[in-house]
Design a binder for this molecule. Structure first.
Ligand code: 5GP
Ligand code: ZN
Length: 139
């Protein structure tokens, strides 16, 4: 992926503040941090998002994210973490190379919750669960 900014970071063609890397994954500081210590974890091999990333690659990204998250309270003084991923432009994804955000949290008020939850329609919940469950059983 010649034009992909995160492929360029993965190959060290452009600089980043790297936290950890091996042949398959890399973690580096987000250039516009939501909070102090906001880190991105990527697979080095290009995938767009959760829809197309290989499971083995996804597990390696998750594993590195967990290792980083575990040391954040001690290193940064945060008391919590938000882990998030946007898949697709409609879901706010801007960089089209898979990345997991690790956002350290210091105060509840520092960020806005991105969604407002509303009480469920139970019939709809049942139908959705059934449809997804049936599809998974067929795979
Ligand atoms: P998205 O909105 O796609 O989930 O998140 C993309 C993230 O990548 C943003 O938080 C943005 O600040 C970060 N970002 C975009 N370009 C660069 C870059 O060139 N270097 C680094 N370190 N982060 C970047
Ligand atoms: Zn890429």
């Amino acid at each position: 992926m010649d034009e992909c900014i995160f492929c360029k970071i993965a190959s060290h063609s452009i600089p980043a503040y790297v936290v950890s890397e091996n042949d398959e994954v890399m973690a580096f500081a987000d250039i516009n941090p939501a909070t102090k210590g906001h880190i991105l974890v990527i697979p080095k091999s290009h995938a767009t998002n959760l829809f197309d990333i290989e499971e083995a690659s996804f597990i390696k990204v998750l594993s590195l994210a967990k290792r980083i998250a575990r040391v954040m309270p001690e290193v940064l003084g945060c008391s919590g973490i938000n882990l998030f991923h946007s898949a697709g432009k409609i879901a706010w994804q801007e960089v089209m190379h898979f990345h997991l955000h690790i956002v350290p949290r210091y105060r509840r008020e520092e960020l806005q919750r991105p969604f407002v939850s509303t009480p469920a329609n139970k019939t709809e919940l049942k139908e959705i669960a059934l449809r997804l469950s049936r599809k998974l059983s067929n795979k």
